[in-house]
Design a protein around this ligand. Structure first.
Ligand SMILES: Nc1ncnc2c1ncn2[C@@H]1O[C@H](COP(=O)(O)OP(=O)(O)O)[C@@H](O)[C@H]1O
Ligand SMILES: [Mg+2]
Length: 384
């Protein structure tokens, strides 16, 4: 037998370079985001005049180009400041990686060359180090620091608004917050809200035509010439437009369609590959979510599956009884089950519907499964 890599090395691919379809790739142009990027620039230009810009908040659903636009603006500002007599720093923080005020400030200090450990110091020590950076700097100039806090709702939910309190009260710091949720400000207390006088920029979902424009540019970079059927990009775009105008999903569909065509050793990507790709992506998403659930949650899901398979109407009472059977005595309280139901609903695996039983009989929550039962079965019984 030859080396197993030999076959693969010689294999032809319809991709020229797949990296251009990667989420992390930052394109040179962002079609249909000109207005939003211009708005950021309109505020950030103050930095080139040596003033800290207004704080900015960006809102928009997943995949509407928020992260890409912010990074694009950072890059352009860096270029523009190169030949000016100003000292501007832009720092990007993903709040899914740095989830507390301490971690964010420590990260900022480290990025600016200060040795701060991620644990062990008191918060006051870290804050002092941070503030000192602004007192003396090697350039003898005022430094202006622009901090981009991406997915800020995660940090606010977990650790409160201390980070915004600290940053809004440090001179020469300007914040660009990015949130997937319009109502994230409910996590900010009035005392902080009053010093965060932010300008808001909304990123609307892309429509199907806009997604076509975005995908065409990326497809030209990543696929060989004439290997994508005419209906492929419109189909990916239409499907993603239905999923709330998510460009990330559109890119995933296009990349996965190409991968499936490659696997089947076909020379052209076709509409059938796109439909296939849709199933595969859904499958992977559900599997990922379920595999990472805590064991008790998985048992609740198993109970829902059993009830669904026997065509029962699932009330929380019935669910709890079924769950107790599944968990064989090692079960959580009835009240905890409500938290689990809420979490599963937020993940989109189930939905709940309140129905009225008629006069004097009150209202009941009915739970229904939102994913394929076969898929759930496969996943649950391999996960456990
Ligand atoms: N206008 C656009 N032009 C080209 N690519 C885009 C555009 N908007 C989004 N993308 C791409 O779609 C993906 C998701 O965008 P991203 O900025 O991460 O969305 P968000 O941060 O709003 O969830 C990224 O790969 C990004 O490069
Ligand atoms: Mg983002």
């Amino acid at each position: 037998m030859g080396n197993m890599f030999d076959d693969l090395i010689g294999q032809r691919s319809i991709f020229k370079n797949k990296k251009f379809l990667d989420h992390k790739f930052l394109p040179e142009r962002l079609p249909h985001r000109k207005d939003q990027i211009k708005s950021i620039a309109k505020y950030w230009i103050e930095a080139l005049n040596n003033n800290a810009p207004s704080d900015i908040t960006i809102y928009g659903k997943t995949g509407t180009g928020k992260t890409a636009a912010a990074k694009f603006a950072m890059k352009q500002l860096k270029e523009a400041s190169g030949n000016k007599d100003v000292y501007i720093r832009t720092e990007y923080i993903r709040c899914t990686d740095y989830t507390t005020e301490y971690q964010v400030i420590a990260r900022l200090c480290q990025q600016m060359g200060r040795e701060v450990p991620y644990r062990g110091w008191t918060k006051a020590e870290v804050l002092n180090t941070f503030r000192n950076i602004f007192k003396k700097n090697a350039f003898g100039q005022n430094m202006i620091l622009i901090v981009v806090l991406d997915e800020i709702d995660i940090l606010l939910k977990k650790d409160g608004d201390g980070i915004l309190y600290t940053l809004t009260r440090t001179d020469n710091v300007s914040i660009l917050s990015i949130s997937n949720y319009v109502d994230f400000k409910k996590f900010i207390t009035p005392r902080v809200l009053s010093s965060l006088r932010d300008r808001e920029i909304v990123f609307p979902p892309y429509n199907a035509q806009q997604l076509i424009d975005i995908l065409e540019e990326r497809a030209n970079l990543s696929f060989n010439d004439d290997v994508v059927d005419d209906d492929v990009i419109p189909l990916c775009s239409a499907m993603a437009a239905k999923e709330e105008g998510d460009a990330r999903y559109a890119l995933d569909l296009l990349r996965t369609s190409g991968e499936i065509a490659d696997e089947n050793e076909e020379n052209v990507v076709k509409g059938t590959h796109v439909r296939h790709a849709k199933d595969r992506i859904e499958h992977n998403m559900v599997t990922d979510v379920i595999m990472t659930l805590p064991a008790q949650q998985q048992r609740v899901l198993e109970a829902i599956l059993k009830l669904t398979n026997s065509n029962e109407e699932i009330t929380s009472g019935k669910l709890y009884d079924a769950y107790k059977v599944v968990s064989k005595g090692d079960s959580v309280s009835y009240r905890r089950i409500f938290d689990f139901i809420n979490e599963l609903e937020m993940l989109g695996i189930i939905s709940t519907n309140t129905i009225s039983r008629g006069r004097g009989k009150g209202r009941t929550n009915i739970i229904s499964l939102q994913c394929d039962t076969g898929l759930l079965e496969d996943t649950l019984y391999t996960a456990m």
